[in-house]
Design a protein around this ligand. Structure first.
Ligand SMILES: [Zn+2]
Ligand SMILES: [Zn+2]
Length: 387
């Protein structure tokens, strides 16, 4: 595998950074120690500019090539951990109770730092590399917060690339696809108001539990009867909160759940149909139901030209046979989607080997991925900005 030589030399050092980050996980926007360590290193490498505080705690480094002017491309890593108690027993396991790097963002941050070190040292490209370290990927929309702070305009980013490790895919392999790759993830809360009554005298009330049951069934018609069968969508009701005893019909019931989709049009359709089905089903029984539809991360859509380019760089690193360009989309969500809605670009999976799954208490980022992912980043820049 043609790993860039200098990057192979940096493997031990980047591994040490990764393990230090792993031992000190931070959540959401509170990535102060991590962001400070990242900014310190970037300054030490001699980056042309290091900006902090974008999207509250995000960090951006600018590295200009020595071969003249050219376009500006963004590379993005995420820095936040998860509220999980680590169960790996590793010597460098989390030192913070209840917090853990269970999604490999420690590895993503370390690999992009490794790339920064190499790029600042060699600068063998024409144009500008903008390295983006974001907070709050895990549910806090940190990518959006950095965009809302004008990041792309401020640094003139024309294209943007992201990378995430993929447990179960062998180390040294990549996966990518053009078009929708990860789902939009939205939250549902349905509040049903009936009229409470004695359970033996239901005719004197309006039973919101019965209404809830009808709604739970009826909304499955949205995916099965409204969404094109050749498209993907999921609606799941995961929580039912009703009376807390045998003999009381409650006044209210609350349902909660999630809706996932792989296209903006399908997402709009689900939201619109859920409102109609929920409100009108309740009305048919004389009850009132309100749906609160909370839009989370949008669909992550890879742009075709940038996906083809990213795949060609991955093939150079990993070899033809080790880049899967037809990986099926996943119904999980990823806030890099916001960046791809703002600029053309591509998100790629890099194999993490036979590890526990993402968000599992025994998950660990595989340090053998470091030269693979770091080589991908630097060759991406040197190829995109060949001049
Ligand atoms: Zn995650
Ligand atoms: Zn992640």
């Amino acid at each position: 595998m043609p790993i860039v030589n200098r990057i192979a030399d940096l493997h031990d050092e980047v591994t040490a950074w990764r393990r230090d980050l792993h031992a000190h996980p931070e959540l959401m926007y509170d990535v102060h120690r991590t962001a400070a360590a990242v900014a310190d290193k970037l300054k030490g490498f001699g980056c042309d500019e290091v900006a902090t505080g974008l999207g509250r705690t995000g960090v951006v480094a600018v590295i200009r090539g020595r071969r003249g002017s050219g376009k500006t491309i963004g590379l993005r890593a995420d820095m936040d951990a998860l509220p999980i108690e680590e169960a790996t027993g590793l010597p460098y396991k989390s030192t913070v109770p209840g917090k853990m790097h269970a999604c490999g963002h420690d590895g993503h941050t370390a690999m992009l730092l490794g790339a920064a070190r190499y790029l600042a040292e060699t600068r063998n490209f024409a144009g500008t590399a903008v390295l983006i370290f974001q907070p709050a990927e895990e549910g806090g929309a940190g990518a959006k917060a950095m965009l809302d702070d004008g990041m792309f305009e401020r640094f003139g980013v024309a294209e943007v690339y992201g990378m995430h490790n993929y447990p179960g895919m062998p180390v040294g392999q990549f996966g990518i696809r053009s078009g929708p790759m990860m789902a939009a993830a939205d939250g549902l809360t349905i509040d049903i108001e009936g009229v409470g009554a004695h359970a033996a005298r239901p005719h004197l009330g309006i039973d919101p539990v019965l209404v809830a049951a009808q709604i739970i069934n009826a909304i499955q018609s949205v995916v099965s009867r409204n969404v094109d069968p050749l498209k993907s969508a999921v609606v799941s009701i995961t929580m039912v909160k009703a009376s807390n005893t045998d003999n009381v019909i409650p006044q209210t019931v609350q349902l909660r759940g999630t809706a996932r989709s792989l296209e903006a049009g399908v997402r709009d359709l689900i939201e619109e149909r859920l409102h109609k089905v929920v409100e009108n089903t309740a009305a048919a029984y004389g009850a009132k139901a309100t749906l609160t539809y909370r839009r989370g991360y949008p669909v992550l859509v890879n742009h075709e030209a940038q996906t083809d380019f990213a795949a060609s760089v991955a093939r150079e690193i990993a070899g033809e046979a080790n880049v899967d360009t037809a990986l099926p989309p996943m119904m999980g969500a990823e806030d890099f989607a916001f960046m791809l809605n703002a600029r053309p670009g591509a998100f790629i999976w890099v194999g993490n080997g036979d590890s526990a799954g993402l968000h599992h208490p025994k998950y660990n980022f595989n340090d053998e991925v470091i030269p693979v992912g770091t080589s991908y980043w630097v060759r991406l820049v040197e190829t995109a900005l060949a001049g």
